[in-house]
Ligand binder design. Structure first.
Ligand code: IMP
Ligand code: MG
Length: 215
């Protein structure tokens, strides 16, 4: 089973005033729950674990857009650093897929996948899917079943966050950064109706902001 850093349900988080948060979001956030530096430190270790397991062969890293783009970029930088600084190294190529399943703060029952025709190029490859957060698990299970039709050699999934929620289908990724409480999180590319991707820290959204940015 994947190990992860657990953020407890009663975690108090950090006051916004202690960190740099964009002015335009100051009144929208409850607290900082994972500061950017901690995300980076945990990501560095995930890169090491992944290379230890998958490092024998060429890896295709598949970024799940849009929420996964920050984690993807930072994780790949750490993998590149390992490749540059050790005797063993592994070729890394990248691919992208766009998935949409959320409206406001609710997961909808339909998972829209865009760019799935590209997946056929993953046949016979070792694929690492890079995702921001797993909540019900529906998005990842949909993606995995699409991908299996393309017959990759191996598929592993890394998700920066996994939410502790009764809505979970029980699906768990191979690598997990943090397990987080059942709250709506934004920042570090996680969005609420496209807002808050331009925030470095992972924060809890307040109720007022859910109204303010509702569609
Ligand atoms: P699932 O299909 O329920 O596992 O949801 C996964 C997708 O929902 C993720 O890829 C995110 O895009 C989105 N999501 C789930 N929880 C959150 C959250 O707390 N903040 C932002 N996006 C979320
Ligand atoms: Mg996502």
């Amino acid at each position: 089973m994947a190990s992860y850093l657990q953020i407890a349900d009663d975690e108090k988080g950090h006051e916004l005033d202690l960190f740099c948060v964009p002015r335009h979001y100051e009144n929208d956030l409850e607290k900082v729950i994972i500061p950017h530096g901690l995300i980076m430190d945990r990501t560095e270790r995930l890169a090491r674990d992944i290379i230890q397991d998958m490092g024998g062969h060429h890896i295709v890293a598949l970024c799940v857009l849009k929420g996964g783009y920050k984690f993807f970029a930072d994780l790949l930088d750490y993998i590149k650093a390992l490749n540059q600084n050790s005797d063993k190294s592994v070729p890394l190529t990248v691919d992208f897929i766009r998935v949409k399943s959320y409206c406001n703060d609710k997961s909808t029952s339909s998972v829209q996948v865009m760019g799935e025709d590209e997946l056929s190029s993953l046949a016979g490859k070792n694929v690492l899917i890079v995702e921001d957060i797993v909540e019900t698990g529906r998005t990842m299970q949909t993606l995995l079943s699409l991908l299996s039709e393309c017959k990759p050699k191996m598929v592993k999934v890394v998700s920066l966050l996994v939410k502790r929620t009764p809505k979970s289908s029980g699906y768990r990724p191979d690598y997990i950064g943090f397990e987080v409480p059942d709250a709506f999180l934004v920042g570090y590319a996680l969005d609420y109706n496209e807002y808050f991707r331009d925030l470095s820290h992972i924060c809890i959204l307040n109720e007022q902001a859910k109204e303010k940015y509702k569609v």
